[in-house]
Design a protein around this ligand. Structure first.
Ligand code: C2E
Ligand code: CA
Ligand code: CA
Length: 856
């Protein structure tokens, strides 16, 4: 609202300021002197345009400077009253009438006015100047005589500008008709016109015709038949040759009505009466000029200092009606030309009105614009106010409800906190305590036992084949296995603090303060083992799990929690390395071992990258030793760090560290190279046998990768034989069965290595697609002394025979051993007795020595 009132104020100022300015500019500023008395004496009556024009000119000019001047006017009407009467009777009346008035100035128009003025001044004995207008230059001297203090404006007529006007409007004109009467003044004017033609040197350009002698009827007749290249000059006319008297205006109107060409004249009285144009002596300008002289005289300029004025008081005038009638161009006229009957365009006629309306309109538009903007601002303000109000309401509602919500939220937070606390100590999958719960529990126990009264067993348990369960059965089965195992462990009772510390790693703390270490180890550990011994049923599958356990004792081994855990871990690691599924107690030497193994892991990795591994090949001979049946590929490592390292040492380490996979791949590649070498040397053996680690065998894509390699190298599948250790068989039966079937289907034979050392029953093995059984070297070693060993070999041989399996006796060094295995019916012999493992080249040489090779 404030802005609106400001706008109105500004608009009012816009309107008021210009109005005030106009008012002040127009207001009188000249200071008034004592009002002068002025006498004007006209020769003729004011009904004459010539006289009234001069009168108006004089008055307006004087009144501009002396608005309060007393102007007395007398007209002598000399057209109707005789000069004699004027100069006697009328003069006496005049003198008597004005004898008491103290005139400052006497003005006179035309001849008799001037004569009259000089006479009355003398008679009234007035010492004031006289100024005149409307008197021809050559008559002034005659009228003034020796009278003094007289000045004025000569009546000077112009003629050349009328001729120029004609030439401008009718450039094509060739003839000029001059219509005048026989009066002397008329004849004088005609003479002056001819002189003007001469002055302009145009006398020869035009044919001039003088119609002075024509009757009025002839004039009217002839003027109606003039050619277009003609112009007509109407010169002072009063009476025709045949005596027809015509008033000037009527004369002009009648001629114009019938004339075929434009009329020009010097008489202002014809202007507007049908005249096209002319050069007129202006009565008004005569009067203005006289008024200017009067003003100067009133201001005190001595009359002698004001000479007679010869300033031209004539002007050019045209009648636009007539211009239109004769199709004449107005634009070509001089700028000061007076135009009458002018038609203005709408714009010209109403220019100021149009501008005023436009201005008003613009102001209105601006005003409306401001109002609209104002309205918009108000709307917007209203909207935002409404919005703010809503927001305030919302805020209020929120505050009202926030208290209840806070209570609810607080409860939720408490629950969440409890939940979080649980999550931080509970393993989500199994519900067992997690690593940090274990740490907190154990550290708390140790902290509260400064004198080491307590006795604790810390067992680190790791599943041996969890990875295989995951990759062959899927992770969800793996999860089920873990959950079931966890439930079993929880069933051990409260004396056992059970935690899961990794994927398949568990740590159990058992407090045996009130017992002895020996008893605990004898009782607790077997019960732990039992937890893993039973296969786990998942749907129709029965999955066997094996765990390696390492343990440490508090306070004997260490009084520090972190150390105790690491020691148990090392022991577990060593148990796994020694024999999967075994249990081991931590000893100081283990720690060293652990360090060594860790170092070796790194060296193995380097060795793989540096090609420090290679294969040697040990011949497997027919029973009579006449032929090389096959070769066993055996891995060798000539380490840059350790020198030659036994596979018995580095393979278990590579298995726990995972490097066995890369190594195993390399072994297959090198074995394939050896087969190619054999083929190139045209040496035929039945197979090349490759040792496969459990870790490799459980890889999901092991078989397919092997087949792809063979195919790629264009080697018959039957050239390969795989050796897997017997202890493998006690793992997940289903997986092994599937893989063995797959191998058999692809003509790859499988030998069961180190037979007799594992737990597997022969009945169990009989169901598996195995081709060869290798009797472990330990039975061969003591074969002559060990009666029990002999029995085992006898049994194995009998059994394999009944199952149509072949047997290889491994590690045969002596003739006695050879004889024994021959006796019990072994099929093939492998051992130093025939040959140690050989480099590939030596193997070729060896085979060549035994010319023939046999097929089974
Ligand atoms: P293994 O599979 O039982 O291999 C037979 C071992 O007995 C070989 O030891 C061989 O050199 C040795 N041997 C053969 N005949 C005699 C003999 O008359 N007297 C004696 N004292 N020893 C004999 P090696 O080469 O040291 O291999 C040891 C073990 O390392 C192998 O036992 C096998 O389990 C493993 N191994 C060797 N190469 C590889 C391999 O490429 N991959 C895998 N996974 N394991 C391998
Ligand atoms: Ca072997
Ligand atoms: Ca073996």
């Amino acid at each position: 609202m404030k802005t609106t009132s400001t706008v109105i104020r500004v608009l009012l100022l816009l309107i008021v300021i210009p109005s005030l300015a106009i008012f002040f500019i127009n207001s009188p500023i000249a200071a008034q002197e004592d009002a002068p008395n002025i006498m004007i004496i006209h020769s003729y009556d004011l009904s004459y345009q010539w006289t009234s024009g001069q009168d108006e000119g004089i008055r307006t000019t004087i009144l501009e400077s002396y608005p309060t001047a007393n102007i007395y006017t007398e007209n002598l009407d000399s057209k109707r009253i005789s000069e004699a009467y004027i100069m006697s009777t009328q003069k006496d009346v005049f003198v008597d009438k004005y004898k008491n008035i103290d005139f400052d100035l006497i003005l006179a128009t035309d001849d008799i006015g001037l004569t009259f003025a000089i006479d009355v001044r003398e008679q009234l004995q007035l010492n004031v100047p006289i100024a005149f207008s409307g008197v021809l230059e050559n008559t002034v001297a005659k009228l003034v005589g020796d009278a003094k203090d007289i000045t004025g404006v000569y009546e000077i007529r112009g003629f050349t500008r009328m001729i120029e006007l004609m030439r401008t409007l009718q450039p094509e004109a060739k003839k000029v008709v001059i219509i005048n009467d026989h009066s002397s003044s008329s004849k004088q004017l005609v003479e002056k016109i001819l002189i003007a033609f001469d002055e302009l040197q145009l006398r020869d350009d035009y044919v001039l015709e003088f119609w002075e002698a024509k009757s009025y009827a002839d004039i009217l007749k002839d003027v109606s038949t003039l050619e277009p290249d003609t112009a007509v000059y109407l010169i002072s006319y009063f009476e025709s040759a045949d005596g027809v008297i015509k008033d000037g205006t009527v004369f002009c109107q009648e001629i114009s009505a019938v004339a075929t060409v434009p009329l020009y004249s010097l008489g202002e009285n014809y202007f507007g009466a049908g005249l096209t144009g002319g050069e007129f002596l202006s009565a008004l300008l005569q009067g203005n000029e006289l008024g200017a002289i009067a003003t100067e005289l009133l201001a005190g300029t001595p009359v002698q200092d004001i000479p007679y004025s010869s300033k031209s008081t004539s002007y050019l005038g045209v009648d636009e009606n007539m211009l239109r009638k004769f199709n004449l161009e107005k634009i070509v006229l001089p700028e000061d030309t007076v135009v009458i009957n002018e038609t203005h365009s709408f714009y010209e006629s109403y220019r100021s009105l149009i501008w005023s309306v436009l201005l008003a309109f613009v102001i209105l538009i601006i005003f409306i614009g401001i109002l609209l903007k104002q309205r918009r601002i108000i709307n917007r303000t209203n909207q935002s106010l409404r919005k703010q109000k809503d927001e305030l309401q919302d805020l209020y509602d929120q505050v009202a409800t926030s208290e209840e919500e806070l209570i609810v939220q607080n409860e939720a937070l408490l629950h969440y906190q409890e939940d979080l606390e649980l999550k931080t100590i509970i393993d989500q999958l199994t519900g067992l305590k997690n690593r940090s719960a274990l740490e907190a529990y154990a550290k708390n126990l140790l902290a509260n036992d400064p004198l080491y009264h307590q006795k604790l067993l810390i067992a680190f348990i790791d599943l041996d084949n969890f990875k295989y369960i995951n990759s062959n059965h899927g992770h969800h089965i793996g999860d089920i296995v873990l959950k079931q195992l966890s439930n079993r462990l929880l069933s051990l009772g409260e004396a056992y603090f059970v935690s899961r510390v990794g994927g398949d790693e568990f740590v159990i703390i058992y407090d045996y303060t009130h017992s002895t270490a020996e008893r605990t180890i004898a009782e607790v550990l077997p019960s732990l083992k039992k937890m893993f011994a039973l296969p786990i049923k998942v749907g129709e599958n029965s999955i066997s799990v094996k765990a390696s356990i390492g343990y440490s004792l508090y306070p004997e081994d260490s009084q520090d929690y972190d150390e105790l855990i690491i020691f148990a871990d090392i022991a577990m690691y060593e148990a796994k390395r020694k024999q999967r599924g075994s249990t081991m107690r931590y000893t100081e030497s283990l720690e060293k071992l652990f360090d060594n193994e860790y170092k070796m892991l790194n060296e193995i990795e380097k060795g793989i990258a540096n090609d420090e591994f290679y294969l040697v090949f040990q011949p497997i001979m027919t029973l009579d030793g006449s032929q090389v049946h096959s070769f066993e590929a055996l891995l060798r490592w000539n380490s840059s760090c350790y020198g030659p390292v036994s596979p018995n040492e580095f393979i278990p380490i590579a298995e726990t560290g995972g490097q066995i996979l890369a190594l195993g791949d390399k072994v297959i590649d090198m074995a394939i190279d050896f087969i190619k070498m054999l083929q190139q040397n045209e040496q035929k053996v039945s197979t090349v046998s490759i040792n496969i680690s459990v870790v490799q065998f459980y890889e999901a894509d092991f078989v397919s990768k092997l087949l792809a390699k063979l195919k790629y190298n264009n080697i018959k599948n039957s050239m390969i034989q795989l050796e897997i250790i017997e202890s493998l068989m006690i793992h997940s039966y289903e997986i092994i069965r599937t893989k063995l079937d797959e191998l058999k289907a692809n003509n790859i034979t499988v030998a069961l290595d180190d037979f007799g050392t594992g737990y597997s029953s022969l009945a169990h093995i009989s169901k598996l697609p195995i081709d060869i059984v290798k009797i472990d070297k330990q039975f061969i070693d003591d074969i002559l002394e060990d009666k029990e060993g002999q029995l085992i070999i006898d049994t194995i041989c009998a059994l394999t025979k009944s199952l149509s399996l072949k047997t290889i006796a491994e590690g045969v060094e002596t003739v006695a051993q050879l004889d024994y295995v021959k006796k019990c019916g072994c099929d093939f012999i492998q051992g130093y007795f025939y040959s140690k493992p050989l480099m590939a080249n030596d193997a070729i040489i060896f085979i060549k020595k035994h010319q023939q090779s046999l097929k089974i």
